[in-house]
Write a protein that binds this ligand. Structure first.
Ligand code: ATP
Length: 696
């Protein structure tokens, strides 16, 4: 069968669905049999318990576990088959390998084969041969396999939309790959959570997803370029490709907050993978400081910046976000090693331990973190005394244990960190209150000191680290991550979407910390209509952005007499929103205070306020801040209070940019008084009308 005509395709689909049904039935039978056997086994153990010795019990327990495990795997496989039944495949290529016969390769979210048969009926999108679908058009093509590249010819390429088991349409790809289906996908209204993009992965995205060699992959991509989607698909790919050595539990995602973590939590399970452990940077900090210190969170730092201009605060952040800061920390660590261990000879009973011996031993352990060396030096001194033929008394031992750490100028990391600022001649750059509350800019520097001075070794089990929103982390953050996580890393973000312009990191900065990094830049933006992308471009221009040719309504900028009128109009809009085609509406404010104020006026059924304490993304209407909305997207976005008073500073401008780039299909900006200068320039040039009538 060659499945050329649409009729043949429909017949093939019916056949596949039947085979899937059969496979599901077979699993059901197997599971039934398993549970019967399991019950019998448990019953047997229960009845013969008294006659069983410990070894028998262990063996019986293991056998039960094995059976349960096989049962669970069968249930998981069944779930996958049910899902395949809904949409078994989305693509097909007919490939003729050189010197071989044409074969039809149907590509789906999971693979499927008839029991006992070697050839797949459906190939997993991550299989080596499936890369042909993403990387090539008709004609010559090749794909890599562990035993080398396979060359050949693609004779046919098709895409399908199969929903609820029905073929909605199929598209013959000859020249313009994917664009039709991609356009259709992007025009859809958003689900409540991020979804997979396997059917329309683009070529440059595929290269990132399937890269197996980069020790550190840095993805700098413009807003809506699919960075987060790609990173998650990359994880799914790595789990498939290295399934013998990496499991879901070996991966760690560092996410900016819980809402974001919840928002992306569907993608990997949709791709058939288990839940991946996730940690926020603040949680990581808490783990690493072992809850010994209080600290300002990143949210609080940004909120302080948004509240007003504390120049000294900004200065402290700016300094601690520089590459220079990290190198000064490193210089200081070398300095203290050479200068802070002030040795003197030690009289232990009759033995005089010379200062030179103690210093030599201290330096000999240069691979051991300084504050961990003292016990080792103590042991060396004890051996020295013993070798001189003297037996050490308990009191003498205690004396050595006390003397050695005292030879070092400071005994704890916080004292050394404070001393660092004296050493660089800028003690005013470190602030800590009497309750030991650190500023956010100090948190990771202190952790860095803990790692270098005390040798923290948490997270050694992690085999791949994923860091999203890379622009929010500084060189010190990356120094900490590189010391803690020796595994491969995928790091992604967009320097234009920083919420703190005083501490933003670009791909180049990160490259400085990870010289072995492989940096990819993505310029094509998929999320927003051309009109929305153009609008956001005026706030922060980037001539390199390539928007998708997808059109929609021109963004609306509407002026109101005061904020009450503004909110009244928004309320009206919320009331009519359920009747619209769209599913999600984000009302994105600059500050949490404004969001709370708006929520107070707008709350009602289906309206949710998201704060930095929220744990989950919500469906429907969401009121939140730009900081929290970063990484999320909505069918419609309203940016209220866009006045000159609200959006004034560089930080404000970033927030406005982030807020506007969250919109997929429709963007409305409202204000009273004067419009922010970040938008007023464009209104003058475009002659756009803003009024409350045009708003709805
Ligand atoms: N190849 C693709 N096919 C279909 N949709 C895509 C593709 N690439 C990206 N998208 C869509 O574009 C939108 C933006 O993707 P994503 O959130 O991953 O981008 P991002 O670069 O992380 O965005 P931001 O930095 O602005 O938060 C999502 O709706 C995603 O599904």
């Amino acid at each position: 069968m060659s499945n050329i005509s649409e009729q043949e395709e429909r017949e093939f689909l019916a056949e596949i669905k039947e085979k899937l049904m059969l496979a599901i039935r077979r699993i059901d039978d197997a599971v039934k049999q398993f549970s019967g056997e399991l019950r019998e086994k448990k019953q047997y153990i229960h009845e013969h318990q008294s006659g069983m010795d410990e070894a028998d019990m262990v063996a019986a327990g293991q056998s039960i576990n094995r059976m349960a495990f096989t049962g669970e795997a069968a249930v998981a496989r069944k779930q996958k088959l049910i899902k395949l039944g809904q949409s078994p495949y989305f693509g097909r290529i007919d490939f003729i390998p050189k010197g071989s016969e044409r074969s039809m390769v149907y590509i789906g979210i999971y693979s499927f084969a008839n029991p006992g048969q070697r050839m797949n009926l459906i190939y997993d999108w991550r299989a080596p041969i499936s890369s042909l679908f993403y990387d090539f058009e008709l004609g010559e093509a090749s794909y890599p396999t562990p035993s080398g590249n396979i060359h050949g010819n693609i004779a046919l390429k098709r895409q399908y939309k199969i929903r609820d088991g029905h073929l909605e349409f199929m598209i013959e790809n000859d020249v313009n790959i994917h664009d039709d289906i991609l356009q259709k996908e992007l025009a859809n209204s958003s689900d409540d959570k991020m979804k997979n993009i396997v059917a329309t992965i683009q070529r440059d995205q595929n290269a990132v997803i399937r890269n197996e060699t980069a020790p550190v992959m840095v993805i700098q991509g413009v807003a809506g370029s699919g960075k987060t989607s790609i990173a998650l698909h990359r994880i799914a790919f790595l789990l498939y490709r290295f399934r013998d050595s990496i499991a879901a539990k070996d991966i760690l995602i560092i996410s900016p907050n819980k809402v974001f973590a919840d928002y992306i939590s569907n993608v990997l399970p949709e791709l058939g993978e288990e839940h991946i452990p996730e940690r926020g940077m603040d949680e990581l900090a808490n783990d690493l400081l072992e809850k010994k210190y209080r600290f300002q969170t990143f949210f609080e730092q940004v909120a302080t910046l948004l509240d007003g201009k504390d120049l000294a605060f900004i200065e402290r952040i700016r300094f601690k976000s520089s590459v220079d800061f990290l190198s000064k920390l490193n210089q200081y660590l070398i300095y203290i090693e050479n200068n802070y261990f002030r040795v003197s000879q030690l009289q232990v009973g009759q033995t005089l331990v010379p200062a030179s011996f103690i210093l030599e031993k201290f330096m000999a352990y240069h691979r051991v973190p300084i504050l961990k060396r003292f016990p080792l030096v103590v042991k060396e001194i004890q051996s020295y005394v013993s070798l001189k033929g003297h037996k050490l008394s308990g009191q003498q031992k205690a004396k050595i244990w006390e003397a050695v750490p005292h030879m070092f100028r400071f005994g704890n990391v916080l004292d050394l960190y404070t001393d660092f600022y004296r050493w660089i001649g800028k003690p005013e750059l470190f602030r800590i209150d009497h309750r030991l509350t650190l500023e956010y800019a100090d948190v990771f520097a202190l952790i860095y000191f803990r790692i270098r001075l005390e040798g923290l070794t948490t997270y050694t089990h992690v085999k791949h680290l994923l860091v999203d929103e890379m622009q929010d982390y500084t060189p010190v953050h990356y120094a900490v991550l590189s010391k803690l996580f020796l595994c491969r890393k995928t790091i992604l973000g967009d320097v234009s979407q920083t919420v703190n312009p005083y501490s933003a990191s670009s791909a180049e900065t990160i490259e400085g910390v990870f010289p072995q990094a492989y940096v990819v830049r993505l310029y094509r933006s998929y999320r927003s209509t051309l009109e929305i992308t153009a609008f956001a471009q005026r706030i922060i221009p980037n001539s390199a952005i390539i928007p998708m040719e997808r059109h929609g309504q021109e963004p609306i900028v509407a002026r109101f007499i005061n904020s009450s009128e503004e909110l009244a109009a928004i309320k009206q809009l919320i009331n009519t929103f359920p009747k619209s085609q769209n599913q999600s509406l984000g009302i994105i404010c600059k500050t949490q205070r404004q969001a709370a104020y708006a929520y107070d006026a707008l709350k009602g059924s289906g309206v949710h306020l998201l704060t930095s304490d929220s744990a989950a993304f919500e469906e429907g209407v969401i009121i939140t801040t730009a900081h929290l909305a970063k990484g999320l997207e909505f069918d419609e976005v309203i940016v209220p209070f866009a006045s000159a008073d609200t959006y004034r500073t560089e930080t404000d401008k970033q927030m406005l940019y982030i807020a506007c780039t969250r919109a997929m299909h429709l963007l409305r900006v409202t204000y009273s008084g004067d419009l922010t200068e970040f938008l007023s320039a464009r209104r003058k040039t475009s002659g756009e009308q803003g009024s409350d009538e045009s708003f709805l």
